[in-house]
Design a protein around this ligand. Structure first.
Ligand code: ATP
Ligand code: F6P
Ligand code: MG
Length: 468
């Protein structure tokens, strides 16, 4: 008989596995029974659902895990730092914790918009209703503050039927308004026992506090996070929903910039794309378009004047091609844009995120000044396109819509089973439950040392802006 890679495979708790495979560390997954003793379990209603008729392998067991790193070097030199992390696999469990008739679920959306938010909400409602027979599902309006400042709206499959076709979030979203006591008191007072939180890195930091406070009060409430960020700046997961849709939308702006630039004498098409601290949208849109000559991202500092600078590069491009297309992520160049007296101290939004100076507007004016100074007799045009909200305020494309459904189902299965304090998301293509503390800390910068960035630079011949 083949020996199992796991010991204690019949153990009650998902966290007690001792891995016989060396150098793998299983990340914890909190269950409500970890802090509330003697909780009941119930057979999953999927057992008797005529559409599912699950076979035994249908259900996920505590020994099903997903490895964080799939790249290995047989000599043992890669991955280099520490053990390989394993996460519990998302999906339906044979025994669940919540009786569907006793569930009161709340769904909230926080932070900026992202294509697919409405699909996640819709699929949470439909999934809870159809898969598990839950009938009390509520939408919390306008982000975290909505828990304590407005009445939640009762939702059902009929109401949300068309929501996946709409951009934005029908529940409304907001920044700021995080008041831990008020939020947890409201969750308790309104009798919610499952809370689904859809949001980005800031939202996940708030969720950590909510989860810890619920645990401290020993409440029978499951908290599940669904990562949302158009910037793709949440770490660990493969990528965030809506990101691909945004990259696709950005192509329209780049195409327009290219046409404008090509149709002018010494034309520059300049496109500013979202990306607070990461340049994923800018880089992916650039790579897919193939019409971009230069891509500026927050992870790679740049400068304008002198040898190896942006102006020198564009000078050569305009001489060679007669036009150039420049894509810039909104978080790029913030250190080199001069601040006037009023904006000396960086402005913050309601959540405490820095509000950026307009790198696109600044670049446009600097480009014009440079050309007038160095080539005063020659024609020159900069066409600046800022499609900021157009790339995120759209419905999700087909791939993202499917992704949103799988995320929603993963969250439902986890919460119904009694797990809490987790965020669900794909790791190497498989859906996992990741501790929210880990997600709240994880960043996802563009790796400027990898193949993708080098590939782009080799096509565009863009300088690395490293001053020699
Ligand atoms: N450290 C924190 N602790 C508690 N709450 C926080 C924290 N950081 C942010 N929040 C709250 O989380 C919510 C969303 O945060 P934020 O506006 O930063 O958006 P986000 O979730 O990062 O999404 P995105 O970046 O995609 O717009 C806000 O209500 C904010 O007050
Ligand atoms: O103007 P808002 O809605 O506050 O959001 C703008 C920010 O939100 C994001 O779309 C997501 O964080 C960023 O790319 C952008 O800087
Ligand atoms: Mg954020």
């Amino acid at each position: 008989m083949a020996s199992s890679p796991y010991q204690n495979a019949e153990s009650e708790s998902e966290n007690k596995f001792t891995f016989a495979i060396p150098n793998i560390k299983l990340q914890p997954l909190t269950h409500l029974k970890d802090y509330i003793p003697n909780l009941q379990t119930h057979p999953s209603p999927l057992d008797t659902n005529p559409f599912f008729r699950p076979l035994s392998e249908f259900y996920i067991t505590p020994s099903d895990v997903i490895l964080r790193h799939i790249l290995h070097d047989f000599t043992g030199t890669f991955p280099t730092s520490g053990p390989n992390l394993a996460y519990h696999r998302a999906g339906p469990r044979k025994q669940i914790h919540f009786e569907p008739g006793h569930v009161r679920a709340a769904i909230v959306t926080c932070g900026g918009l992202c294509p697919g938010m409405n699909t996640v909400i819709k699929e949470l409602v439909v999934g809870l209703w159809e898969l598990y027979g839950v009938r009390e599902i509520y939408g919390v309006r306008a982000g975290y503050r909505g828990f304590y400042s407005t009445e939640a709206v009762a939702l059902n499959p009929k109401m949300v039927h068309e929501w996946h076709r709409k951009g934005g979030t029908v529940l409304e979203t907001a920044r700021g308004g995080f008041d831990l006591d008020k939020i947890v008191n409201a969750i308790q007072d309104r009798g919610f026992n499952q809370v689904y939180i859809i949001g980005g890195d800031g939202t996940m930091r708030g969720m950590v506090q909510i989860f810890n406070e619920i645990k401290r009060r020993k409440l029978n409430i499951a908290v599940a996070g669904i990562p949302k960020t158009v910037d793709n700046d949440v770490g660990i997961i493969d990528k965030s929903f809506g990101f691909q849709t945004a990259v696709e939308m950005a192509q329209q702006a780049i195409n327009a910039a290219h046409t404008e630039a090509e149709s002018a004498v010494n034309g520059i098409g300049l496109v500013k794309l979202m990306g607070r601290s990461t340049g994923h949208i800018a880089l992916n849109a650039t790579l897919s378009s193939r019409d971009v000559d230069c891509c500026l991202i927050p992870e790679n500092d740049f400068y304008l004047e002198g040898k190896g600078g942006l102006f020198e590069f564009l000078d050569i491009r305009l001489k060679d091609n007669g036009h150039a297309v420049l894509v810039v992520a909104e978080g790029a160049g913030q250190d080199i844009i001069p601040r006037d007296d009023q904006s000396h101290v960086a402005e913050k939004d309601e959540s405490g995120n820095p509000v950026f100076l307009d790198v696109g507007g600044w670049l446009k004016s600097e480009l014009k000044k440079w050309w007038e100074r160095d080539h005063p007799k020659e024609l020159f045009t900069v066409k600046y396109i800022d499609p900021t909200y157009m790339i995120r305020a759209v419905p999700a494309n087909a791939t993202d819509n499917l992704y949103c459904t799988l995320l929603a189902h993963s969250a439902i299965h986890g919460a119904m089973a009694g797990y809490t304090g987790f965020v669900c998301g794909p790791i190497n293509g498989n859906y996992a439950y990741i501790p929210v503390e880990e997600v709240a800390k994880a960043k996802n910068p563009v790796n400027t040392r990898d193949h993708k960035w080098a590939w782009f630079r080799s096509i565009a011949n863009q300088p690395d802006f490293a001053r020699s």
